[in-house]
Design a protein around this ligand. Structure first.
Ligand code: HAM
Length: 382
C-alpha cells in the first residue's frame, strides 16, 4: 500500500520504511505515514457512501529509518487531518487555515508557510519533460544521487540539499510556468483567499515534498528553531491516491504535523507550559472515610468531566493533604471528617481568595449534604 501510495521511488519507501518478516513469515511494515492508510480505509469501508465530503483526523506514531538527530527520530508522532471528496480550493484553504489557527493558538509565531503548485497530471508531465531535458544538459554538474533520480523521480532533484545541485536547480525551468488553466485557477484562488485571510505565505517553486501522491497545491510549515529539520508540518492535495490504491477517482487534501518538532519549538517560545490545574481536592481526614471519599470523587468526576478532581492515595494527615491542596492552588477542598461522615455531608472550603462560595456566612466554607453536591458544583464551579 505504501509503495503504491507514497511511491516506491521515494526515500520514505525506498530507504526509510521498516519492512520485515514476522515470526510467522508474514511481511510486516511499520507505517511511515497515515494518508495512504486513511485512503485505503475509506475505500475498504465505503466511508464516502453517505457524505458529500468527509473530514477525518488522526494522531499516532510513525516509523522511518532515518539517521536520528534533533527533530528527526525513527519513531515519531504526527497528527493530521484530511478532507476527502472535494476537488475545490475551498477545501485546500480549510485545511491550511485550520493548521494556521492551530499554530497560532499554541503560540508559535516564528514560522513560514511555503506553498507551491504541482498542477494536474498534464501540467506536471509537460513540466517533467522540460525539467529532464534541462537536467540532462547539465548532468555532469549534478550529484550522483540526483543523477540516479533523473530517470525515476526527477522532481525530487528540485529540493536536493547538495550545493552543486542547488546551483543547477537555480536556473532550471519552474513548474509555475507550466500550469495549465485549470491548475492555475486552482492555485490562484487558493492564494487569493489565503491573502484575504491574512495568511502570509511564500511561493517556493522548488517545493515538491517527499511523497509521490501530490498534485496541485503542496505546502510546508517551517521554523528557524529546528535547524536542519526545519519543517514541522506539511501536506497538499492528492487527487490520484484513491485510484492508485484501487478506488474511484476521489480528490482529497490534508496535512500532518510532527509532534516532537512542535514540542522543540514550543520549548523555546513558551517554556512555562503549565500542567493542568486541579480544581477540587477530596480530603478524607481519617482512613475510615476513604470509601466514602472515593464515592464523592466519583460523583464529581462523572457529573463534571471538565472539573479535575484529585484525592490523596497515601492516607496522609489532614494537614499534609491541605498543604498539597494549597501548593497545587486548588479551588475547593472537599473535607470529610466525623461529623460530615455521620450526616452524609461534606464541608467545602474555598481555597482561593477570588473563589467565594455562594450562600455562606464567611464565604469560605460551607457544609452541604452529599445529595446537594451536583447542585453545588453547578452553581459554584465551572
Ligand atoms: P511528511 O512531510 O512526510 O508528510 O510528515 C509530516 C511531518 O511529520 C513533518 O513535517 C515532520 O514534522 C514530521 N516528521 C516526519 N518525519 C519525521 C521524523 N523522522 N522525525 C520526527 N518528525 C518527523 C506526511 O507524512 C503526509 N502524510 C502529510 C499529509 C497529510 N499530506 C496530505 N495529508
Amino acid at each position: 500500500m505504501f509503495a503504491r501510495g507514497v511511491g516506491d521511488g521515494t526515500d520514505i519507501v525506498n530507504k526509510e520504511m521498516y519492512t520485515f518478516a514476522d515470526r510467522g513469515g508474514d511481511s510486516i511494515t511499520l507505517r511511515p505515514e497515515q494518508t495512504a492508510a486513511v485512503v485505503r480505509s475509506v475505500i475498504q469501508n465505503n466511508l464516502l457512501a453517505d457524505v458529500s465530503a468527509l473530514r477525518l483526523f488522526y494522531i499516532g506514531q510513525y516509523f522511518r529509518y532515518e539517521r536520528p538527530q534533533k527533530g528527526r527520530l525513527r519513531e515519531f508522532h504526527q497528527f493530521g487531518v484530511e478532507i476527502l471528496n472535494s476537488p475545490h480550493p475551498e477545501s485546500d484553504i480549510e485545511v491550511i487555515l485550520l493548521a494556521l489557527n492551530f499554530i497560532n493558538r499554541i503560540g508559535i509565531k516564528d514560522y513560514n508557510l511555503k506553498i507551491n503548485s504541482l498542477g494536474n497530471d498534464a501540467s506536471r508531465n509537460n513540466y517533467k519533460q522540460a525539467l529532464v531535458t534541462y537536467l540532462n544538459d547539465n548532468i555532469t554538474k549534478l550529484s550522483q544521487e540526483s543523477q540516479n533520480r533523473l530517470t525515476g523521480n526527477p522532481l525530487r532533484i528540485l529540493d536536493s540539499k547538495d550545493k552543486n545541485d542547488i546551483e543547477v536547480v537555480a536556473a532550471a525551468p519552474i513548474i509555475l510556468d507550466y500550469l495549465d488553466n485549470e491548475s492555475k485557477e486552482h492555485f490562484d484562488f487558493t492564494k487569493e483567499i489565503l491573502d484575504n485571510n491574512n495568511a502570509h505565505f511564500e511561493i517556493v517553486p522548488t517545493l515538491v515534498r517527499g511523497l509521490d501522491y501530490y498534485s496541485h497545491i503542496v505546502f510546508e510549515f517551517q521554523n528557524t528553531h529546528l535547524g536542519a529539520q526545519d519543517s514541522f508540518g506539511g501536506g497538499g492535495r492528492y487527487n490520484k491516491l484513491f485510484s492508485q490504491l484501487g478506488g474511484k477517482d476521489i480528490p482529497a487534501v490534508g496535512f500532518a504535523m510532527g509532534m516532537e518538532r512542535l514540542l522543540i519549538i514550543l520549548e523555546q517560545v513558551n517554556p512555562t507550559i503549565e500542567p493542568r490545574k486541579i480544581d477540587v481536592c477530596v480530603v478524607p481526614t481519617n482512613e475510615k472515610f476513604i470509601k466514602y471519599a472515593i464515592n464523592i470523587s466519583q460523583t464529581i468526576k462523572s457529573h463534571f468531566p471538565n472539573i479535575s478532581c484529585f484525592m490523596d492515595v497515601n492516607r496522609r494527615s489532614l494537614k499534609a493533604q491541605m498543604r498539597d491542596a494549597n501548593k497545587n492552588n486548588v479551588r475547593f477542598a472537599v473535607i470529610i471528617g466525623d461529623q460530615e461522615y455521620e450526616t452524609q455531608s461534606v464541608s467545602i472550603k474555598s481555597m482561593q481568595d477570588d473563589a467565594n462560595l455562594a450562600s455562606t456566612n464567611d464565604n469560605k466554607q460551607v457544609t452541604i449534604k452529599t445529595t446537594d453536591l451536583i447542585k453545588f458544583f453547578t452553581s459554584n464551579c465551572l
